[in-house]
Design a protein around this ligand. Structure first.
Ligand code: EPU
Length: 337
């Protein structure tokens, strides 16, 4: 276990906020974490981070920031049709996707290049191009913050929904994920019906292979989403709002081209990027905080923006969408401070 005081979080948040944690603890195994917790090492306030790709720090963090360096991929079950892998929460998510695609195992390829780590995939239920982490997750191993006790959550117990899980709601801050077990298919199963994925693959004029799908997803993402190494951002700043079918019909009557997806139970999901663009925000800046010019759902730090600058911009965007469309949009990003 390594512990630091007055530790810079700059390399630990993709928005590139230059803030510090009063204490920072990184553990390399579940045993180290358990020993730390059972010896009373945890002090409030505390925050467990992953790759920091979904965080907006408003100021220095006055408490303890925990980070997992638990790595490793272990096969736990296998048939001719599928394989189950138990993966350390601190592994970089895209390294895992690259590994399974390289092995010829299907399921994670649409989630290529999503920033962050394996643990966050299970907390946040990351999703892209018609696939969500919950479609692959068998179980989640976690340690209880208060006791250091291990608990395994089945997929059903995780309460998965769109960018949501029990770890963000009832159990927020109460468990730290140490490992996630995923099931991948050994037989080809592709999900190509989202957006322009199939069209991009068809341009190549051949039957797509698993590495082809990963490559196309990466190129679509790179064409729309800013590279956090170059421009600070946390991917989609907002979640796509889900409205009732009756509210949607009213909006559709006024805006016949409004994109939408049926979200079940009489609900309709609307891309927040479209709503924000229609409010005129795409590519607009407030100082050094801006709405990305190729995907309006993403807010960016053009260099030197503070968390409060980004928050101020986000609040203006929320107001515009509310005033123009009567729709409430909520941050996907965790605002800390
Ligand atoms: N759109 C616009 N203007 C924009 C952006 C989007 O009009 O500036 C409209 C377009 O009509 C487009 C539709 O919105 O067809 C959907 O856009 P896109 O396919 O880019 O997806 P999204 O709904 O904006 C979601 C996820 C992304 C994920 C993509 C692809 C959320 C909050 N975001 O974005 O996830 O990569 O789908 O599956 O659900 C993230 O969570 O950080 C993230 C990047």
């Amino acid at each position: 276990m390594t512990e630091y005081t007055d530790y810079s979080l700059l390399p630990h948040n993709t928005f590139k906020m230059d803030v510090k944690a009063a204490r920072f603890v990184e553990y390399a195994s579940e045993e180290e974490l358990t020993a730390f917790l059972s010896s009373g090492g945890l002090a409030s306030p505390y925050l467990h981070i992953g790759g920091g790709s979904n965080l907006l720090f408003l100021s220095d963090y006055p408490g303890l920031v925990l980070h997992s360096a638990v790595k490793g991929v272990e096969t736990v079950a296998e048939t001719d049709g599928w394989i189950e892998l138990r993966v350390g929460a601190g592994m970089v998510w895209d390294d895992f996707v690259d590994y399974v695609v390289g092995k010829g195992w299907y399921g994670a390829e649409n989630l290529s290049l999503i920033p962050g780590e394996v643990g966050a995939s299970a907390v946040q239920n990351i999703g892209a191009y018609g696939v969500e982490a919950k479609d692959l997750i068998v179980s989640v191993d976690a340690v209880e913050a208060a006791t250091g006790r291990h608990r395994r959550f089945s997929n059903g117990e995780c309460g998965y929904a769109y960018r949501d899980s029990i770890f963000k709601k009832e159990l927020k801050g109460r468990y730290f994920v140490t490992h996630v077990t995923y099931r991948l298919s050994k037989l080809p199963v592709f999900h190509l019906d989202y957006g322009n994925v199939r069209a991009e693959l068809e341009k190549e004029g051949k039957e797509p292979t698993l590495p082809d799908v990963r490559r196309i997803i990466i190129s679509i993402r790179r064409s729309k989403l800013p590279d956090p190494e170059v421009t600070g951002n946390a991917g989609s700043f907002f979640m796509n709002p889900v409205v009732s079918e009756s509210q949607f019909r009213i909006l559709q009557a006024e805006y016949p081209d409004i994109p939408h997806y049926l979200a079940g139970e009489g609900k309709v999901k609307i891309p927040a990027g479209w709503l924000i663009e229609r409010c005129g925000w795409k590519g607009k800046a407030l100082g050094t905080a801006a709405v990305h010019d190729r995907q309006a759902l993403v807010l960016v730090n053009r260099g030197g923006a503070t968390g409060r600058d980004v928050l101020r911009l986000s609040e203006k965007v929320v107001c515009s969408v509310r005033e123009k469309f009567g729709v409430e949009i909520f941050p996907e990003v965790n605002v800390i401070g």
